[in-house]
Design a protein around this ligand. Sequence first.
Ligand code: NAP
Length: 503
Amino acid sequence: MNAPFRDPQTAGQVLDVAIIGAGFSGLCMAIKLKEAGRTNFRVFEKASDIGGTWFLNRYPGCACDVPSHLYSFSFDQNPDWSRAYSPASEIWRYQKATAEKHGILPFIRCDAEVARAEYDEAAGLWQLTLRSGETAAARALVAGAGILHVPSYPEIKGAESFTGKVMHTATWDDSYDLTGKRVAVIGTGASAVQLVPAIADKVAHLDLYQRTPGWVIPRMDYAFKEASKASFARVPFLQRLWRNLIYWRAEMLAIGFTRKPKMVAKFQKLAEDYMRHAIPNPELRAKLTPDFPLGCKRVLISDDFYPALQRDNVEVITDRVAEIRGNGVVTADGRLREVDAILYATGFRVTDWLSHVDIRGRGGRELIDDWRDGAFAYYGVVVNGYPNMFLLLGPNTGLGHNSVVFMIEAQVRYAMACIKWLWNGAGTVEVKKEVQDAFNAQLHEKMKGTVWMSGCKSWYLNANGTNSTIWPDFTVTYWWKTRSADRRDFDVAPAKVAEKVAA
Ligand code: NAP
């Protein structure tokens, strides 16, 4: 039986805002609500702690391939990053410290997975049902659930018959000791290039099953000296300058990815040179050479992936995985390689976006149905038919070249502008369908000439070949266009008296 959410502070009350997810998106939203003087909001997090991807992903080597000084909040810069590319655990500690500093921890409920969010038109409220059966009501819903957290396991004949250890990079079991084990790693994406070097010297043997090679560019990671950290702490301007340099260097990539394919060819030449230098063996080099332009699939950034592949105990296997048996992996040529553990680095279920939450808008329409042929929204934040709902890192706001934290901050600012209309007498805020349609037509027109549509198969694309993942332009353009919400883009209806809720 359903029961109101157990929360002494909100029992029986209507929340001002309900936020799904306590990763970078949900944390940013909560911080900005608190800064605006609001406290009648709650963040519902399905995991046992905050942090999102940086709490859930604990595989060896996990780090962010965007420099830490940029992959962090602009309003809370951390002078103490240990490395250019800090490990996942450090990013998670940063998130915890930031949440604590801004006083938002009391507003977060962990182990509280939202199973359903339904817009109740009569009441003008979002009705939430948690997996536990508890319920909550809110005037506005912010979905900051991210897209990279539902692990994807390939359908391989006999996979369930394997008797050894099975782990996915996103469901890592720290207690399993890989020392001296024979392991199979399936996949060669961004997670695999971090995992493989981190375990290669520990395991007895590592079989890496590669279906498609990716372009790799060197990360050139380094540790920050104490003196640099002290300078950043003492002179915040220096850190802002550093962050800006990294930002604009990354932004330059967008020119090649979206407008000037010749520039991509230059980047690709750098990757080819790096490969020639790092992999003297022509046979291995041939196996690892992609047949699509750099950038089409996510560029892999690593200093130690290529060296790891040349270890005596590592084999790169390009034959298709045909079957899994109780004791190992069988390739299409019929060869069985016995292993103790299978490590899936096979990514996430991205195309069925937000499918783990049953979201229903006006008239009971289901988001999963509306998005059956590809997710869409207006600037990735608002969707017609779903009043007072705001998405963070929604459709077409992912990046292949810069920091998504930058996008999140722009989206939170935009959502806050709309939510303020609710605080000032509006009952519903809903983007107009014609505005949303025109925006998406333009976006997909722009997408046509980009590197992401140049012919490779990637998780950026839906089954029908449309790209509802990537923002096909500069992030600075996104920032500029979303700097304020234009009321003319929305149907804004006045609140009924009952909807007016105090902060
Ligand atoms: P991914 O990029 O989707 O890579 C999955 C890998 O598994 C691909 O190489 C894929 O091959 C392979 N694969 C899938 N099914 C297979 C099968 N049946 N047989 C053999 N190989 C198979 O997943 P990911 O590496 O976890 O990365 C996902 C995303 O997470 C990244 O793109 C990135 O956005 C994010 N990420 C970010 C960081 C970071 O540092 N910021 C780190 C890790 C992940 P195909 O290419 O042929 O499909």
